[in-house]
Design a protein. Structure first.
Length: 263
């Protein structure tokens, strides 16, 4: 059951006591250790932490792409951990938008067909006006007939954002959405995500290694060893980078020091 915050806002996503363990070798790896966190409607949150701290697992569980061993995930008013696979797939299609580091566009389809794909998969015929409207929002109105390979990385990611927006999802999840982009394109993508939050009221949660990207979110949640160890609102890139340094992020990560001051 969802509760309302004192300012009247609703939680878009609530994870309660979420635990996720992977067993591959002899010892189980606890990727998430009783994580409880709420993402409010109309907010932009960045999830940071050292490599292997559980960021992607958190995102996957929150988005219903992975199932926790225990605990609950409520998206809007729907508890998703108990849904059967078919119901979950349908729920994801209708309520969640995804943006991945690798864009995940279909190369044989035009930009317009890529953007309309989530509606087609849901059995609806995407209207041309609707697609054009969303493409205009990401600044690609004149690219509707092109194939992804004819676009830059930043433009491809803008197509992926348009595809995520077309169903007007409750939540947009991004797993390192700026990880493959140059500084300028990364900033443009983050501004678009911010616009989706602050102008259209979407809730957005991204995983990032970049303190500058995180500083463009309203809030940064820090993970270490599968637990939430800090939660900052409106922090600067320097403050976020310092926190990451204290978590041993740069020394433990193969991406040592990467990201600071990227955007
Ligand atoms: N499918 C899997 N099978 C086995 N172990 C996994 C699996 N997925 C994640 N893990 C383990 O769970 C832990 C958390 O992984 P996760 O990918 O969530 O971390 P992360 O913070 O996103 O890391 P990175 O920043 O390097 O992408 C790691 O120890 C990882 O090896």
């Amino acid at each position: 059951m969802n509760t309302t915050f004192s300012d009247g806002s609703l939680p878009a996503v609530r994870l309660s006591g979420v635990r996720r363990t992977f067993v591959t070798g002899r010892r189980p790896v606890v990727a998430l250790d009783s994580v409880t966190v709420t993402f409010r409607t109309g907010t932009f949150t960045a999830v940071m932490g050292p490599s292997g701290s559980g960021k992607s697992t958190l995102l996957q569980c929150a988005a219903g792409l992975d199932r926790p061993d225990s605990g609950s995930v409520v998206l809007g008013n729907q508890e998703i951990t108990g849904l059967r696979e078919k119901q979950l797939t349908r729920f994801r299609r209708e309520n969640i938008g995804f943006v991945f580091q690798a864009f995940n566009l279909l190369p044989a389809l035009t930009v317009a067909d890529n953007v309309g794909l989530p509606l087609r998969l849901a059995g609806a015929k995407p209207g041309r006006d609707r697609i054009d409207q969303v493409l205009a929002r990401v600044g690609l109105a004149d690219r509707r007939g092109q194939r992804p390979a004819e676009l830059s990385g930043g433009q491809q990611q803008r197509v992926a954002i348009a595809r995520a927006l077309i169903t007007e999802p409750t939540v947009i999840f991004g797993d390192e959405p700026t990880g493959s982009l140059d500084t300028r394109s990364a900033r443009e993508i983050l501004l678009l995500l911010r616009e989706a939050v602050h102008e259209a009221g979407r809730t957005t949660v991204i995983v990032t290694h970049d303190p500058v990207a995180a500083s463009m979110a309203d809030r940064t949640v820090f993970l270490a060893d599968g637990r939430i160890v800090d939660d900052m609102k409106g922090a600067s890139a320097d403050t976020i980078a310092e926190r990451m340094t204290h978590l041993g992020a740069w020394s433990a990560s193969p991406r040592a020091g990467e990201g600071v001051g990227r955007c």
